[in-house]
Write a protein that binds this ligand. Structure first.
Ligand SMILES: Nc1nc2c(ncn2[C@@H]2O[C@H](COP(=O)(O)OP(=O)(O)O)[C@@H](O)[C@H]2O)c(=O)[nH]1
Ligand SMILES: [Mg+2]
Length: 222
């Protein structure tokens, strides 16, 4: 649920990066952290990691001043991908406003991707949310590796979900902002439909996206 604090003129939106273990969720928000300009970026918090495995979650707050003079607070989270951390994923998903599903493009990861997507559906349902109503995008990460699914295959496999698929090489910063921008557009449209967002806060899609994306430097971080 979006949090609108009219007195403080603040809007808080929760964005979750979901997907199987090691697909690149943490890498995505590390790259976003590296690309966000200093005035908007908060500290990135990573809880309880072992090596490169996220055992709890990562958290990155970003603050954005907007036309209409509202402060938009974006809270980015990742979930731990391993099957056993379902309870944590469910907690992190509570109150989510938009989801970036990070899939691993490797052929051998197809079943892990599918398992994780079904897990997402079930966890949203447990929170009373229909996945079809949730603004979301699917990122196909690790396009730099050998033996990956072709984008045609990927698109055919995911077309029934109705969500866009975006290729990425998150370690090089490629596709990271594209994924984020697409997600922010879907989030805005959904907020506008459900909460009359634009009229209420004096915002337009272009103004919102411009303000959000204006907080990033174009140059991907290596
Ligand atoms: N080759 C390749 N490796 C990646 C890419 N993105 C992430 N990785 C690596 O995959 C591993 C898991 O990434 P991480 O972001 O921790 O995955 P998470 O479990 O989804 O948070 C790390 O070693 C990353 O460096 C990518 O686009 N290409
Ligand atoms: Mg992680």
């Amino acid at each position: 649920m979006p949090q609108f604090n009219l007195e403080a003129r603040e809007i808080t939106l929760k964005i979750v990066y979901y997907g199987p273990a090691l697909s690149g969720k943490t890498t995505n928000i590390q790259q976003i952290h590296a690309m966000v300009t200093r005035d908007g970026a908060g500290e990135m918090v990573t809880l309880d990691t072992q090596g490169d495995r996220t055992l709890y979650f990562d958290f990155l707050p970003i603050e954005i001043g907007c036309e209409g003079e509202y402060l938009i607070k974006l809270k980015l989270f990742t979930v731990p991908g391993q099957v056993m951390h379902r309870a944590t994923r469910r907690v992190v998903l509570a109150g989510v406003d938009a989801i970036a599903f990070v899939a691993d493009s490797k052929r051998e990861s197809a079943s892990a991707n599918a398992y994780s997507y079904r897990d997402l559906e079930a966890n949203l349902r447990a929170n009373g949310i229909d996945i079809a109503a949730m603004p979301s995008v699917v990122q196909f990460n690790k396009r730099d590796l050998e033996d990956i699914k072709s984008l045609e295959e990927v698109r055919a496999a995911w077309k029934d979900t109705g969500v866009p698929t975006i290729p990425a090489v998150a370690v090089k910063g490629e596709g990271v902002l594209e994924t984020f921008r697409e997600l922010m557009e879907r989030l805005y449209r959904s907020l506008d439909e459900r909460h009359d967002f634009g009229r209420k806060f004096g915002l337009t899609l272009e103004g919102f996206i411009g303000a959000v994306m204006g907080h990033f430097s174009e140059k991907p971080a290596e």
